[in-house]
Design a protein around this ligand. Structure first.
Ligand code: GDP
Length: 310
């Protein structure tokens, strides 16, 4: 299945959850509105029962035979390289902005890093139904923000959609019929490049997030950089310097489907998956086939971009 990996950057309350929910409903992932509601509730109940976070930080929707992985970005500024690692999993970003409030200072940090990584932004100006909406001004504010963050010409030529996520529509104009999110799905597929799928090289993946599951133990999530990983395959963990941390077997491989994670037999370069079976490797380490010697690194962001923000 063809893939796209995106992150949504949004200030809290600008409508990210509502929009992703509408994307789930309208995509092929779930057919009935009812089902999404039930699944969300199921997960929450399970969460309460187990007292852990099992809700994925990644959601995937299907659109015209294509899978779009949507990665959650932390809204807060972070100095541990977490944002770079998360953004290194995606090939494009949707910058979601409230049509009345405009871009907020708190999202500049993540937006600046995304632009510094060369990711092409799509701007979604949301909540255009608000009485105090000023969509065109907000569009210009996004342009000015990107320019101040050193965006290149291609990034400044960003496509814009106007949306009411709550009503489940997004369109490139404020006039005309308002149907659904098809135009946004199509834009994501068209504008965001597909991940490189280097299947000839051995398996390698940069571990991006870590969690502890009571049944599966340690779980590391990341984007597969090269090759294929199969359940039970021999894998090793390398630290940032390339030192061996542990040899283990990929006990379980989980892929994102809607808001759930499902076990899969194998996964390929380009996809974002969770792997269990290790006891020592952690975030920023590389999981790879035994013959790999070079660790993966998240691309550092050039200093001038950061200087613009602080
Ligand atoms: P998040 O914090 O970015 O995930 O935002 P939510 O999706 O939780 O939405 C925050 C608030 O904005 C909620 O009260 C939503 O009902 C409201 N909201 C979401 N989408 C829209 C919209 O398109 N128009 C308006 N007017 N309100 C919206």
């Amino acid at each position: 299945m063809e893939l796209r990996n995106i992150a949504i950057i949004a200030h809290v309350d600008h409508g990210k959850t509502t929009l992703v929910d509408a994307m789930l409903r309208q995509s092929g992932t779930f057919r009935e509105n009812q089902q999404v509601a039930e699944r969300v509730m199921d997960s929450n109940d399970l969460e309460k029962e187990r007292g852990i976070t099992i809700l994925a930080k990644c959601t995937s929707v299907e659109w015209k035979g294509m899978r779009i992985n949507i990665v959650d970005t932390p809204g807060h500024a972070d100095f541990g390289g977490e944002v770079e690692r998360i953004l290194s999993m995606v090939d494009g970003v949707v910058v979601l902005v409230d049509a009345a409030e405009g871009p907020m200072p708190q999202t500049k940090f993540v937006t600046g890093k995304a632009l510094g990584l060369g990711l092409k932004p799509i701007v979604v100006i949301n909540k255009v139904d608000r009485g105090d909406a000023r969509p065109h001004e907000v569009h210009d504010e996004c342009f000015d923000l990107f320019a101040a963050l050193d965006a290149d010409d291609e990034q400044l030529d960003f496509p814009t959609m106007f949306a009411v996520g709550r009503d489940g529509w997004a369109d490139d104009s404020l006039e005309g019929p308002r149907k659904d999110l098809s135009a946004l799905f199509d834009l994501i597929v068209r504008h965001v490049p597909p991940p490189t799928r280097d299947l000839d090289k051995p398996f390698s993946m940069l571990a991006t997030t870590l969690e502890a599951d009571p049944y599966l133990g340690r779980i590391l999530t990341g984007r597969i950089h090269t090759g294929v990983v199969k359940t039970n395959m021999a894998v090793k963990g390398l630290d940032r310097e390339g030192n061996l941390i542990e040899n283990f077997r990929a006990a379980k491989i989980l892929a994102f489907r809607g808001i759930e994670r499902v076990p899969v037999e194998q996964a390929e370069a380009g996809d974002i998956v969770c792997i269990s079976g290790m006891t020592k490797p952690t975030v920023a380490d590389t999981l790879c086939a035994p013959e790999v010697t070079e660790p993966l690194k998240a691309q550092p962001i050039d200093p001038p971009t950061l200087a613009m923000i602080f």
